[in-house]
Design a protein around this ligand. Sequence first.
Ligand code: ATP
Length: 365
Amino acid sequence: MKDVYDIAVVHGDGIGPEVCAAAVEVVRAALGNRSPLNFREYPAGAEHYLKTGESFPDASFEGCRNADAILHGAGGIPGVVHPDGTEAGLDFTLRLRFELDLYANIRPIRLFEGVTCPLAGVKAGEIDYVILRENSEGLYAARGAGVQLRGELAVDNLVQTRTGVERIVRKAFELARQSNGAPRDGVRRVTCCDKANVLRSYAFFRSIFSRVAEEYPDIATEYVLIDAMTMHLVLKPGHFNVIVTENMFGDIISDLGAATIGGMGLAPSAELGDRNGFFQAAHGSAPDIAGKGIANPYGTVLSAAAMLDWLGVRHQDASLAAAATNIKTAVNDALASGCLSADLKGSWKSADITRMLCERVAEAN
Ligand code: ATP
């Protein structure tokens, strides 16, 4: 337990500052006057790049690296790109992932009461699984290292290492052990999602998965190819408990999963290494709705709750874990009582949702 936890806050671009400010407000309300959290803001992102020519200043990187946890809104503005065509606003997230070795990206997909599921007949509680996205290698390891030859040919490499695959697969089994199992049958199950029938790198991933699985005889296992997975997540989402997959596949099915529970605005995310934790919603900067006051803040608020949970376990600090539970309950109740933003077919503005959440967590204190 620490007296003070330093939280590096990076607002980012688009709706980033709106949802990030909302999450900080709710966390402050949940911890009350005795809050041990010290929030410190650092600049990074596409807008900062436009202003200064730097997308992620070294001082911001150092601040994030040394903090106890990092909280982010969202980054990126379409069209603000480096000479190679890649987005400047993504430098922040990607550099943190690779340089702080944030290998485990945990993305819970859960259908809340009060939210209409776009899948016919699926009710609250019937979708509740975790996508565990390998976050430090896979296809995205090639970012900035691919080749483009004379405008005729371009190559990026997909990287899988034994160490990288072993640790993410182990994490998947640990998450399954702590879970209540799949909603449909209560079975604790880890699904290996790959494309082992076509590419050697995925066959390698699968072979390591099979070997690690032997250490967890209490957890059911199965293999699903990525193309079939997109179908299953629509047709039988209640079957899944923990899905472990390569970086880009995890990126893609996270958006699909989020769509099945009401949209990107509801999907939280935690990116963990052995030393650092980085928390932001799974969505991007949504420039189409930025500045309108209608962004859905729930995903970022839930990511902030995950941050408190992670800090609470790491530092054996029960007060942080209690605040996390308090925030999750407030989100649950607010959604169930119809406190819905425009993307959820409601009419609540971001500020009103934030105020409502702050009142609820303060009451529970
Ligand atoms: P990235 O690649 O950076 O993750 P993206 O291209 O997947 O970004 P997002 O910014 O995640 O795109 O969002 C896609 C669309 O979903 C947005 O344009 C917006 O309409 C909607 N959306 C995303 N997040 C939210 C939110 N928090 N509240 C309301 N709508 C959102």
